[in-house]
Ligand binder design. Structure first.
Ligand SMILES: *[C@@H]1O[C@H](CO)[C@@H](O)[C@H](O)[C@H]1NC(C)=O
Ligand SMILES: *[C@@H]1O[C@H](CO)[C@@H](O)[C@H](O)[C@H]1NC(C)=O
Ligand SMILES: *[C@@H]1O[C@H](CO)[C@@H](O)[C@H](O)[C@H]1NC(C)=O
Ligand SMILES: *[C@@H]1O[C@H](CO)[C@@H](O)[C@H](O)[C@H]1NC(C)=O
Ligand SMILES: *[C@@H]1O[C@H](CO)[C@@H](O)[C@H](O)[C@H]1NC(C)=O
Ligand SMILES: *[C@@H]1O[C@H](CO)[C@@H](O)[C@H](O)[C@H]1NC(C)=O
Ligand SMILES: *[C@@H]1O[C@H](CO)[C@@H](O)[C@H](O)[C@H]1NC(C)=O
Ligand SMILES: *[C@@H]1O[C@H](CO)[C@@H](O)[C@H](O)[C@H]1NC(C)=O
Ligand SMILES: *[C@@H]1O[C@H](CO)[C@@H](O)[C@H](O)[C@H]1NC(C)=O
Ligand SMILES: *[C@@H]1O[C@H](CO)[C@@H](O)[C@H](O)[C@H]1NC(C)=O
Ligand SMILES: *[C@@H]1O[C@H](CO)[C@@H](O)[C@H](O)[C@H]1NC(C)=O
Length: 685
């Protein structure tokens, strides 16, 4: 019954394929001879094959990435060649120019290299040329005649010489020019006659000199990126002539002087970034009254005065980043009328006083940093900010000098994921209200003067993956519940915010270097309880934390032995147990921690052999110093070899036996496991 049906179906299928091919063969245009030749030359100069190109067929219109025209005139002509992200290697030869009707050429995101043939830039009809993200080198050709080009992408290559003086004359229709991330260096930017330009990306090129004046003539400019160059000198008032600008980024240059007061003319400007320059002076009046600006990033300059933002005018502002400047005075209460504010960064200024009561109204606020100012009254700060229902990341480090951590209040932060209040010399204890921050993922209260014991509710945070309580006066035993933190026991789940990337700094010491992280989710999973007064044992249950990357317990008074189970923390990269009162031996199973790159057990009372093998071959002597009874075959032999014991019930042989037993058992289990897994013993279903 079944068999004839199947073969019938097969027959029908074969016939239909044959039929379709005949039909296609007769209808599909064979491609134009010039185009075929051009493509053959192109393909020969590549070092890799292009999947889906079959030279047995003369119809190149059906090749991968090729589109032929659909009008009667262009029926057999290739109008698009799109081979972006196809792992192509090799060079481009000039035969491509034979594709006389080409409109779109996209070879981006490949590994093409070499110098571009000069006549590649002579395409009469080409509208889009995308060669970005390759390894092309050399100057751009002096003569470029892309009469129809509108979009030119040459970013992320290693081009050096800039577009020639004739470029705008011959390619006057260009609208979009992306030359970012090359090596154009000290080029003269002859772009003034490209009057149709709307998008210009020149960032990341090491360009020098003053602000390129001729850009001011580009009246249609909407987006201008000049960041990460070496431009110097003051900013001109003529920026105000660019009245169609929507986005301007001049950050990471060396511009000096004040910001020109021209934002009244830039009525369409939504995003302004001028961070990391040497700008001084006040915020221009027109800037703080701009009705169009939504993102303002001026961090890392020397801007001064009070922060006077007119929120009645600035109704659109969502991001205000003024950190690392010299702003002073109190934080103005009027900022709270900027109801769209999502991200407010005022870190590293000279702001003082208390958080204004009106900040309660910032109902869109997700990120707030007041790090390193002279704020006072942490009680009112927290009491007010808890009303910002969307607040996710709160950074208050280096403020509130020697105040008391508010404890007997009912604070509740519904959305808080990161609470960062180190280096404030806060007194008191770990406050109970913290336990109601159910979504907390990162808690940093290091470098304060907090004391008392750690309550067991610390283990209840479902999402916590980074805990830093180091450099305080916490005492008592480390609660067992800490070793049950969900997010460190199981796969780490991060409640990531999609909206904003907020870069964070993390101190390595009170005055020590600060580490910058792209955002809080790139912090390594960490428990840091170092430099406190903890006593008692390191619990074997620490072994449960197999998602932990960094465990620091140094400079406490922990006693007892290092539990064998530490070797179950398979992701551990750094383990510091130095300067405690630990005794016994270093479990030899720790050699199985294959990611461990920093290990320190110095200044304890450890004894026995230092394990050999694995990562232990890489740890320096200072990882083990200050343990009088610790020995290794190289550094300090345990038993002088010249006294061979007559009987052998020595400790050492015992360890070896025991090691061997474990090793054999593990080996056996692994062998059996792999046999099963590979189907050697049981065939897989
Ligand atoms: C192309 O034709 C040659 C010889 O006619 C044949 O050996 C080859 O397999 C064909 N290639 C494809 C991809 O059809
Ligand atoms: C033909 O091409 C033009 C432009 O490339 C396009 O706008 C049009 O939709 C196409 N027509 C057909 C029938 O594919
Ligand atoms: C070129 O191709 C890449 C990869 O397919 C794509 O990401 C890019 O947007 C294309 N460029 C243009 C200008 O469409
Ligand atoms: C731009 O055009 C003007 C007027 O045609 C001309 O004088 C000038 O030399 C041109 N500049 C460049 C760089 O081509
Ligand atoms: C350009 O700016 C200058 C000075 O700000 C002004 O006098 C001139 O009218 C502006 N030109 C245009 C076209 O906006
Ligand atoms: C701050 O700006 C200076 C240049 O003015 C730069 O050298 C430095 O790297 C910037 N610092 C940060 C943290 O961005
Ligand atoms: C603030 O902006 C409003 C609305 O644009 C305006 O009426 C008011 O005069 C501005 N206040 C100041 C001090 O500039
Ligand atoms: C805090 O700010 C002061 C200047 O206001 C600066 O000297 C110091 O380096 C900053 N500290 C940190 C850790 O950023
Ligand atoms: C903080 O402010 C509150 C309310 O204004 C006040 O009662 C309290 O005394 C202040 N605390 C400190 C330490 O200044
Ligand atoms: C270290 O532990 C031993 C007991 O194991 C105890 O006698 C000693 O006082 C402890 N030393 C310190 C400094 O805590
Ligand atoms: C280990 O800790 C001791 C004491 O804190 C320190 O002196 C030593 O440099 C550290 N060694 C390593 C390798 O971290």
């Amino acid at each position: 019954m079944g068999i004839p049906k199947v073969s019938l179906a097969f027959l029908v299928l074969v016939l239909s394929i044959m039929f379709r091919q005949t039909v296609q063969g007769s209808r599909r245009p064979a491609c134009h001879f010039d185009d075929l030749t051009a493509l053959q030359g192109f393909s020969r100069s590549l070092e890799s094959n292009i999947g889906g190109w079959n030279w047995n067929s003369s119809s190149c219109c059906s090749f991968t990435g090729i589109t032929c025209g659909n009008s009667s005139v262009l029926k057999e002509r290739v109008v698009r060649l799109e081979l972006g992200n196809k792992r192509l290697t090799g060079t481009i030869c000039d035969s491509l120019v034979g594709l006389g009707q080409l409109r779109i050429l996209n070879l981006s995101h490949n590994s093409l290299h070499g110098i571009l043939p000069t006549n590649l830039f002579q395409f009469w009809n080409l509208e889009v040329l995308d060669l970005s993200n390759n390894h092309f080198v050399g100057s751009l050709p002096a003569v470029i005649r892309l009469r129809s080009v509108k979009y030119l992408y040459l970013s992320k290559n290693s081009f050096s010489g800039f577009l020639g003086v004739e470029f705008c004359k011959s390619s006057s229709r260009i609208r979009y020019l992306n030359l970012a991330d090359n090596f154009f260096g000290e080029a003269s930017l002859y772009l003034e006659n490209c009057t149709s330009l709307q998008y210009v990306f020149l960032n990341g090129n090491g360009l020098s000199g003053t602000f390129p004046e001729n850009l001011f003539l580009l009246q249609h400019l909407r987006v201008l990126h000049l960041e990460q160059n070496r431009f110097t000198g003051p900013l001109s008032y003529r920026i105000g002539n660019l009245s169609n600008l929507v986005e301007l980024d001049i950050s990471l240059n060396d511009f000096v002087g004040s910001l020109p007061d021209v934002f009244g003319s830039l009525r369409k400007l939504e995003s302004l970034s001028a961070s990391s320059n040497r700008l001084i002076g006040l915020l221009p009046v027109s800037l703080v009254n701009s009705a169009s600006l939504s993102r303002i990033d001026l961090h890392n300059n020397s801007l001064a005065g009070q922060i006077r933002v007119n929120c009645s005018a600035m109704t659109r502002v969502t991001l205000l980043r003024l950190s690392s400047n010299k702003f002073q005075g109190p934080i103005p209460a009027s900022l709270s009328s900027c109801r769209s504010l999502i991200s407010l960064d005022l870190a590293r200024n000279n702001l003082g006083g208390a958080v204004p009561f009106q900040f309660k109204n910032l109902q869109s606020l997700q990120f707030l940093s007041l790090n390193n100012n002279s704020m006072s009254n942490i009680s009112t700060a927290l009491e007010i900010l808890q009303h910002c229902r969307k607040l996710t990341i709160l950074v208050l480090s280096l403020n509130f000098h020697q105040e008391e951590m508010p404890s007997n209040v009912n604070l509740q932060f519904k959305s808080l994921k990161a609470l960062i209040i180190p280096a404030c010399h806060l007194t008191g204890s770990l406050p109970k209200w913290l336990s109601s921050c159910k979504t907390l993922q990162l808690l940093d209260l290091s470098w304060n003067s907090l004391g008392g014991s750690i309550p067991s509710w610390i283990g209840k945070f479902k999402y916590l993956f980074y805990l830093d309580l180091s450099n305080n006066f916490f005492s008592g035993e480390i609660p067992e519940s800490l070793t049950g933190l969900d997010n460190l026991v199981h796969t780490t789940v991060l409640l990531k915010e999609s909206s904003e990337h907020v870069p964070l700094m993390k101190s390595t010491g009170q005055n020590g270097p600060w580490l910058g992280y792209k955002d809080m989710w790139s912090f390594p999973p960490t428990i840091d309880l170092s430099s406190n007064k903890f006593t008692g044992p390191i619990r074997p249950s620490f072994g449960n934390l197999n998602n932990l990357h960094v465990l620091r317990l140094e400079e406490n008074s922990l006693s007892g032995t290092i539990p064998e189970s530490i070797s179950e923390m398979t992701n551990l990269e750094a383990l510091d147990l130095s300067r405690n009162n630990l005794s016994g031996e270093i479990p030899s199973s720790l050699v199985h921690l294959s990611f461990l790159s920093a290990f320190n057990v110095s200044f304890n009372r450890l004894s026995g052999d230092i394990p050999s093998g694995g990562q232990f071959l890489t740890f320096p002597e200072s990882s083990f110093e200050g343990n009088d009874a610790l020995c290794s075959n190289i550094l300090r032999p345990c038993q002088p070899p010249q006294i061979p014991p007559l009987v052998s019930p020595g400790k050492k042989t015992k360890i070896v036996d025991w090691n061997f037993g474990i090793g054999a058992a593990v080996g056996f289990v692994l062998t059996v496991f792999f046999c099963f897994k590979s189907g050697w013993v049981l065939r897989r279903g």
